[in-house]
Write a protein that binds this ligand. Structure first.
Ligand code: FE2
Ligand code: FE2
Length: 277
């Protein structure tokens, strides 16, 4: 299974920090189509727009309608749930109106969470959303399907104050649900931090790509400051089989600067391997 994970595209009519977010996302889409047009799934983990404005969702809809693959869409803290639903009515919501749903892809159950609280930048997973998640994980276990779990907000502190004050608020509750379903959830994918991250939570691996619009630079000295500059945007490419998951960071703007040197011989064949080596 090949899965493309894009996050924090922040579509906006005006540039953000000097970056044209629409052109940046278009370049990302073009690269995915060129290199990974055979992906089984493409997921965008929220902050689809910068201000949750209708015209930004309309612009995003135009871009995605012209693209051959239909990505799974999620909302982040910069999004507006009702406006999103107005422009993307086909994206499923749960009985409480949260944009959260599941899809089965290539022997896995993809679970998409809504951690948005409109008007607030930190993440929320209140009792109703917690119950929804626990129920979906129980169903997946019953159905014998491993889960790939997606959310916008970082569900743990990452050691960077500027993002940690905007993390998921109900981290303990989220971790408790993971503990109860550790054998079901194979990997957690999130965004929000605009930084390339990997690690584990409750023994479950996680990864996050940078933003396509304004990647961040980590600050480790406890200052409340957001680092930005000429940082390459990225998306992640996850290669998933029954045994392993490998996540590549794809800094897609560098692609046309790469020089390829053909390798011959492969380093095998003529070597005598001593016993026990
Ligand atoms: Fe963001
Ligand atoms: Fe965010």
């Amino acid at each position: 299974m090949k899965l493309v994970h894009i996050s924090d595209i922040h579509i906006n009519a005006d540039p953000i920090g000097g970056a044209d977010t629409i052109a940046a996302f278009a370049a990302c889409l073009a690269h995915v189509e060129k290199r990974h047009g055979d992906a089984d799934a493409v997921v965008i983990t929220g902050d689809l727009t910068h201000h949750g404005q209708r015209h930004s969702y309309v612009r995003l809809r135009e871009m995605l309608d012209a693209w051959p693959t239909k990505p799974f869409l999620m909302i982040g803290n910069h999004d507006h749930r009702d406006t999103f639903r107005e422009i993307f009515p086909e994206v499923e919501a749960d009985v409480n109106g949260y944009i959260q749903y599941v899809r089965d892809v290539a022997g896995h159950r993809l679970v998409f969470l809504d951690t948005n609280l409109v008007g607030n930048h930190s993440g929320r997973l209140g009792p109703r959303r917690q119950a929804w998640l626990a129920a979906r994980l129980s169903e997946a276990a019953r159905d014998g399907l491993p889960v790939l779990l997606f959310l916008h907000h970082n569900p743990l502190p990452i050691g960077v104050l500027a993002t940690d004050i905007l993390a998921l608020v109900q981290r303990k509750e989220f971790a408790a649900i993971l503990r109860a379903h550790r054998d079901t959830v194979r990997h957690i994918f999130f965004g929000h931090c605009h930084m390339s991250l990997s690690g584990s939570l409750e023994g479950i691996p996680f990864s996050a790509p940078r933003s396509t619009s304004h990647p961040g630079w980590p600050e480790f000295e406890g200052r409340l400051a957001y680092g930005h500059g000429s940082i390459e945007p990225s998306y992640n490419l996850a290669l998933i089989d029954n045994d392993n998951i490998v996540v590549h960071t794809i800094e897609y703007r560098l692609d046309d600067r790469i020089e390829w040197e053909p390798l011959t011989g492969g380093g095998t064949g003529s070597v005598t391997v001593p016993p026990g080596a």
